[in-house]
Write a protein that binds this ligand. Structure first.
Ligand SMILES: [Zn+2]
Length: 287
């Protein structure tokens, strides 16, 4: 299906910054458990992006950022060994004016304007705004949702108490076979509004149920929001995967995404923590 002209505006906001381990941002020879236990350095601060897509049928959020309570409330994260693990994985900095609500406000939206939320995956720095989004439909992949029930889910960064909140309307999707040749090599996808403008694609690796969103408008560069598939488009360009998650799956998904980018000329990749994402988006949306 060729996409219709349904997208009015695409913007980005960041709910603070986060530093992670260098071996996390770009895989090295070290296995995840080794660098997790021994690393003493951090990357430079990276944004915690959420993307806002104004579709003619409603405002769509791709991810919701990290909740400010995570840096102000000592009980936000689990205690004990699991809490120590979270502190070793990432260090966030979220100022008072960096909440989802304030970020949306600067773009001219209210929380209640958001009608659909797509969650790339359920890690805490992507689900932080859920509690306020009770008027929206929350879309997540069924595969990702199922990981909430796995043993050790909390140790894998999934905190059900901040995800499975009362009053939220979840739409747990399973991508369907698609005949859209422009999506090759992806055999399946989920057409969010049924008009081809917002396609959800399974991009597992960082987590088993991670999804990406392809935004298409006639006459404009396609945008591919990839969550945590990569922390830098430059690394994605050369097929260098991050050091956390399933490396085999990350490599396979990276190859598929790079094939898709080769087929869809000019596609701009927007990753959740890429320091260059906001500039890359500005370049194609202001021209
Ligand atoms: Zn993540």
């Amino acid at each position: 299906m060729s996409p219709v002209d349904a997208i009015e505006r695409v913007s980005v906001l960041s709910t603070g910054t986060v530093r992670i381990r260098p071996d996390h941002a770009a895989a090295t020879w070290k296995p995840q458990m080794l660098w997790m236990a021994t690393s003493r350095s951090w990357t430079s601060p990276m944004p915690i992006n959420a993307f806002v897509v104004e579709h003619r049928d409603g405002v769509v959020l791709f991810d919701t950022g990290q909740n400010r309570a995570s840096v102000t409330d000592p009980d936000y994260f689990p205690g004990g060994i699991i809490g120590a693990f979270y502190r070793r994985t990432a260090q966030a900095d979220i100022a008072e004016d960096e909440t989802l609500e304030r970020g949306l406000g600067r773009l001219g939206y209210r929380i209640s304007d958001v009608s659909t939320v797509v969650i790339s995956h359920l890690h805490q720095d992507h689900i932080g705004g859920l509690g306020q989004l009770t008027a929206a439909k929350i879309v997540v992949s069924q595969d990702e949702w199922d990981t909430l029930d796995e043993t050790g889910a909390e140790l894998k960064g999934l905190m059900r108490k901040h995800i499975d909140l009362p009053g939220l309307s979840w739409d747990r999707i399973q991508p369907e076979p698609t005949k859209d040749r422009a999506l090759q090599p992806f055999p399946v996808g989920h057409d969010l509004f049924g008009d081809g403008s917002l396609m959800l694609l399974p991009t597992p690796g960082h987590t088993p149920g991670s999804i990406s969103m392809l935004v298409r408008t006639p006459g404009h560069s396609p945008l591919l929001m990839v969550g945590d598939l990569t922390y830098s488009t430059h690394l994605l360009d050369c097929g260098h995967v991050p050091g956390a998650g399933s490396k085999a799956q990350l490599r396979q998904t990276t190859t598929m995404v790079n094939q898709l980018r080769a087929n869809l000329a000019g596609t701009v990749v927007l990753a959740a923590h890429d320091p260059d994402a906001a500039d890359a988006l500005a370049k194609v949306t202001t021209s």
